[in-house]
Design a protein around this ligand. Structure first.
Ligand code: ADP
Ligand code: MG
Length: 268
């Protein structure tokens, strides 16, 4: 893994729509250092999901370059360096929670993952991850038998279970209530800390972005572009208590100010 987990250079992505050309990403530059947690925030339609899809190799930029761990997104995906957590958990309804989270790891076992533990099977590993995510008691249940928050937690465990170098998360908590969200943030930070992945996380929530991130990328629409990159210099671990500190509020205000600029751009 190179020092830069993700490098996006002058990436442009244009969609052809009825009204003409829609510039979803206009000359976007972004570097994400390995092992950091970076959030992307911005008004709806500013290109956040497009940026994630381009980094995931799900679509190609019209111009510019993307590398993940020093290779192309396609190669990174082939090497199982990349994980993607979508907005809805997408668990298989006929499999238990444990089977759902273990399945991708089983499928990939033969791929000879670099960071996979030498000893033991994948089973105990996933059970341990489920325990950390507070899902131990429900691991033999079907997705329909557990809450939406638990399903999303299971989807996160499944993604981390592959030990990806880079995890891309597109508003994974947006459908959840405030309390579930806060506890999932904490669990996500614990997993991230333990597994040393690089995370690129899309969110609408300023509080969530400040709590989770080393860096926050602010985007604005029409054309979709990065308008600010803010360093969040708060100590870790960031438990509940940090949400009430003056430094935390300072960063929330700072991000809101920059976002206001992005929204004004959106209204223009
Ligand atoms: P965000 O995730 O920030 O809400 P998106 O990346 O989904 O924004 O979309 C950015 C812009 O590109 C939006 O205006 C959206 O309507 C447009 N867009 C996204 N995907 C497509 C597509 N496949 N075809 C046409 N337009 C698209
Ligand atoms: Mg989106």
């Amino acid at each position: 893994m190179s020092a830069e987990a993700i490098r996006v250079t002058r990436v442009r992505r244009v969609y052809t729509v009825a009204a003409g050309a829609l510039i979803a990403l206009d000359d976007v530059d972004l570097t994400v250092p390995a092992g950091t947690f970076v959030s992307v925030i911005g008004p709806s339609g500013c290109g956040k999901s497009t940026l994630l899809r381009v980094i995931a190799g799900l679509e190609d930029p019209d111009s510019g370059e993307v590398s993940v761990g020093g290779v192309s997104p396609a190669e990174a995906a082939r090497n199982k360096m990349l994980g993607l957590v979508p907005q809805t958990p997408a668990l298989l309804p006929w499999l238990s929670v444990l089977k759902n989270v273990s399945l991708p790891a089983k499928v990939n076992r033969s791929a000879g993952r670099r960071r996979r533990k030498e000893s033991g099977t994948d089973g105990p590993d996933m059970v341990e991850l489920l325990r950390k995510a507070g899902l131990h008691d429900v691991m033999h249940k079907l997705p329909s038998q557990i809450s939406g928050g638990m399903q999303q937690r299971a989807a996160i465990v499944r993604a981390f279970g592959l030990h990806p170098d880079v995890l891309l998360m597109d508003e994974p908590f947006s459908a959840l209530d405030e309390f579930t969200r806060e506890s999932l943030q904490e669990q996500l930070l614990d997993l991230w800390d333990e597994l040393k992945a690089t995370v690129l996380f899309v969110t609408h929530s300023v509080t969530e972005a400040v709590r989770l991130s080393d860096k926050i990328v602010v985007m604005a629409p029409r054309p979709g572009r990065i308008t600010d990159v803010l360093d969040i210099d708060l100590p870790r671990p960031r438990g509940q208590a940090i949400l009430k500190t003056a430094e935390f509020h300072h960063y929330e205000d700072l991000v809101r100010d920059r976002l206001r600029g992005a929204f004004q751009g959106a209204a223009a």
